[in-house]
Design a protein. Structure first.
Length: 267
């Protein structure tokens, strides 16, 4: 399915949850001199303009980055990347995860980005330039084709649209297979928390797999508009890096302090 475009949702509350942790993790990993690999299965166009007609149509960034960015300390990697993107691309710009990776990773780190949508793929190439290897390919197939990557140290970000409903069934098997091929890799899966909770069987399968360093974190927030089904954001990590739980707790506390909700209960 090639209909999904993240511009309608860029900078929303779920993006803040996901991108704040991703930024912290990449900054932490680059504290060590050893190079690393970054792989992303559903990259999107890389960067977004929040004053674009598509973004304004939903207005989701108003409750997300527009409201929440100031809650991060000036030296937090997420705030620094957003501000650096705005300085370079304009005050209404927002970095997707590919630009976050391109900003925080070093010249000797390797970045692999998959995006199947033709227009999004073309925009992604323009956004990251030669900084990354951009593949117009199915992200799951790409990850399996290059795992274990070189360098072996690194991160796989899985951030599908979930418009393909079988993703919920496919992901536990896919993640287990990736882990068998790349047992030192950090896997970061994002998933939406919808009112009818289609993520629950997926999480039960992931938790039953006994993957090492597994960490699950969820935040709840109100729907951004009437009829909107998303009421939270979730992350599932394999080989979670040291300090991840504490960082996610800090992000969750900021959500609470801004009245955006708190920990999402799995009812």
């Amino acid at each position: 399915m090639l209909s999904y475009q993240h511009i309608y949702h860029a900078g929303n509350t779920a993006d803040v949850h996901k991108h704040a942790f991703l930024s912290w993790m990449l900054a932490r990993l680059t504290d060590k001199p050893k190079s690393l690999s970054y792989i992303e299965t559903h990259a999107g166009r890389g960067g977004y303009q929040l004053d674009a007609a598509e973004a304004l149509k939903t207005g989701e960034s108003a409750a997300g980055v527009a409201r929440m960015l100031a809650g991060f300390a000036p030296d937090h990697p997420y705030r620094q990347v957003v501000e650096a993107t705005r300085a370079r691309m304009g005050r209404d710009s927002y970095p997707g995860s590919p630009l976050i990776a391109a900003e925080l990773l070093r010249e000797d780190d390797r970045i692999h980005l998959a995006e199947l949508h033709p227009q999004e793929h073309a925009a992604l190439r323009g956004a990251v330039g030669r900084r990354a290897r951009v593949h117009q390919a199915d992200g799951f197939a790409l990850a399996l084709s290059i795992c274990p990557p070189e360098p072996r140290r690194g991160v796989l970000l899985i951030d599908p649209s979930y418009e393909i409903k079988t993703d919920y069934e496919t992901l536990p098997r896919f993640i287990a297979k990736v882990h068998r091929m790349w047992n030192v890799g950090i896997v970061m899966l994002w998933y939406p928390i919808l009112q009818d909770a289609p993520h629950r069987p997926m999480l039960r399968a992931l938790e039953a797999a006994g993957l090492p360093g597994a960490l699950r974190h969820e935040v709840a927030f109100p729907p951004v508009r009437e009829g909107h089904r998303m009421v939270g954001s979730g992350l599932f990590l394999v080989n979670a890096p040291f300090g991840a739980a504490e960082e996610l707790a800090r992000v969750e506390e900021m959500f609470r302090s801004l009245g955006q909700g708190g920990h999402a209960s799995d009812q």
